[in-house]
Design a protein around this ligand. Sequence first.
Ligand code: NOJ
Length: 715
Amino acid sequence: MKKEDIKELLSKMTLEEKIGQLTQIRTSYYYNSNTSATGTASKLKITKDQKWMIGTVLGKLDAEMMSKIQKEYLSNNRFGIPLLFMQDIIHGFKTIFPIPLALSCSWDEELIEKTARVAAKEGSSSGYQVTFSPMVDVVRDPRWGRVIESFGEDTLLNSLFGAAMVRGYQNNDLKNPDTLISCVKHFAAYGAAEGGRDYNTVDISECRLRNEYFPPYYEAIKAGAKLIMSSFNVLNGIPATANTWLLRKILREEWKYEGVVISDWGGVKELIPHGTAENSIDAAKLSLKAGIDIEMATTAYFEALPKLCKDKNIEKLLDDAVERVLLLKNECGLFEDPYRGISSEKEKQTLLCGDFRKIAREASCKSMVLLKNSKVLPLSENKNIALIGPYANNPSILGPWSLDGDINDVITIEQGLRNKNINLQSVETTSFNEISREKVDEIIEKTQSADIIVLALGEEEEKSGEAGSVSNITLPPAQIKLLSYMKKLNKPIIVILINGRPLDLTNIIEEADAVLECWFPGTEGGNAIADILYGAYNPSGRLTMSFPRAVGQIPVYYNSLATGRPKELLKIEKRYKSQYLDIPNEPLFPFGYGLGYSQFKYDNFKISKNELSRKEKISCSIDVTNNGKYTGIETVQLYMRDKVADISRPVKQLIKYKQIIINPSETKTVEFTVNEKDLRYWNGENQYKSDEGLFEFTIGKDSSDGISFEVRLVS
Ligand code: NOJ
């Protein structure tokens, strides 16, 4: 449809029809007669006629259902405006990839884009047009269950990987039916909930918003995301859903965003418990005025807008919002083909097809992070293995946000190991939270002849994800106990961790000989774990979120702001400096950390010059040599510190990195260039600028390591 035709269509629509376009309800409303009477939907006040005016739906679907619903809908909608189908397709659709936090540990943009591409092919074949992904909320509190959906604590990585996902979903060609419209979320700073408690207050300065939290949303928009979701939290005391500064000033005026803004689930009516709206009428008015186009899951717009639109200014806001929704539908070719060419046949041929499993296996391998290895890995095939623990043969390793994944498609850890044709002893599983003395005796008995013990431990899926906040981030006591019992057998112990957040591993790290963080690894998880244990894949994952030593250290992240009393500088002072009296300041495992089976040596550092002018660039390089026996991927990281700025700046900030594949005994030179733009920040006085003076750069393997050098920015 042409833009003029959309305008004409808009001019013919009644007020009620327009409000319908701005209302999103569950898909099940169209196929399950009970839906209207259950859950949140029971509060929906939608008449039979309004049902055929609704603009978008969210929820589970397949190709057959979509065709049926769309057909019935079109025959009832006065203008034949198609319904738009949305879903949370977060890290794969049927082929489930590792959780986003895990994917980010691959530091592999191309791979992440590829996973989103596969998700788009599969999801669109089942009838969806929109995915509520990526989530690019910067996260620094592992108590928050939704860290699983983020790309970690760093701004640059969230920006790069979020944009990669948008490209993968949309493929620059939304008219092509194998794409999905990407909805970036949750705008803004949802990841900064106080105490890591979901839906809780956020209080954050504009400096930190602009320098640390905003860039990933902006980059996702620049990459083409056509939809953005507002967050549940407040900013400056005003819920994002009603935050005019956020949604109009920043998003529309400054960033020139032209796409659609959708509230999060129930966000509009939640203005009432937030205490910023008295009733639904108020809530609808505040939200529309602030810039919410689509109201998700509640119907305040239907209740309020007929009256409110007597005000011409409000009617104009409504018209603009409806036009944007119609344009979105047009963007993905829905007016030309409301079914986007789907069929059950095509769906069958697409789901879990071709090389999708191969990509999933690669993604799982690249996402896992080897945290410890006291020369026990990789294993040789002739050793007898005892595999024990709640995840030994448990298919629930897809992660809590894999709505359309099927555990029957999963390769469990046991299956993965068996695929290697090794000598695997009878597997004993235990529950997550309990272990009896009898059970331990039984396990010990069956472990007698094993050479090596592989303990598959972790958190249950429902311990993370939305509403999955916890105050304790250690493994359950029963699992820690199991490890100490096994330790008494004097056999090497490899701990495999399946979980969705950085854990406090202080209780287990000393006892285990090797620890592999596998996250929720997805459909091919078991095969990937076996690949790593047996050296078919040399682990290359690097942490994107620090692992604290204790809950009391949270938030602990590498790019914190400088303080006036830095512990590392005040060496003689014993007390009056920024420190904990009982534990070190540093996390147990820092951002960027990860081991492999090769040893990479960094030397021969070179820099083109120590002065940088605003028009030039400088380059620096380092030689990396693989001194091990395995070919491996090394992630060379470049950090920057602005030593004197208008505001306090991070003690370190990742500005570039490069991944290289190096063969045994091979040396490769890695070069970075830096220019003045790389040094800019928002200075609190509405300027994005850089400072003349000293900068410290560090090239290293992780955020706690490296070779540092100073550069002076001159005019
Ligand atoms: C609530 C979540 O916060 C959001 O991320 C999700 O996309 C919506 N529900 C829809 O399911």
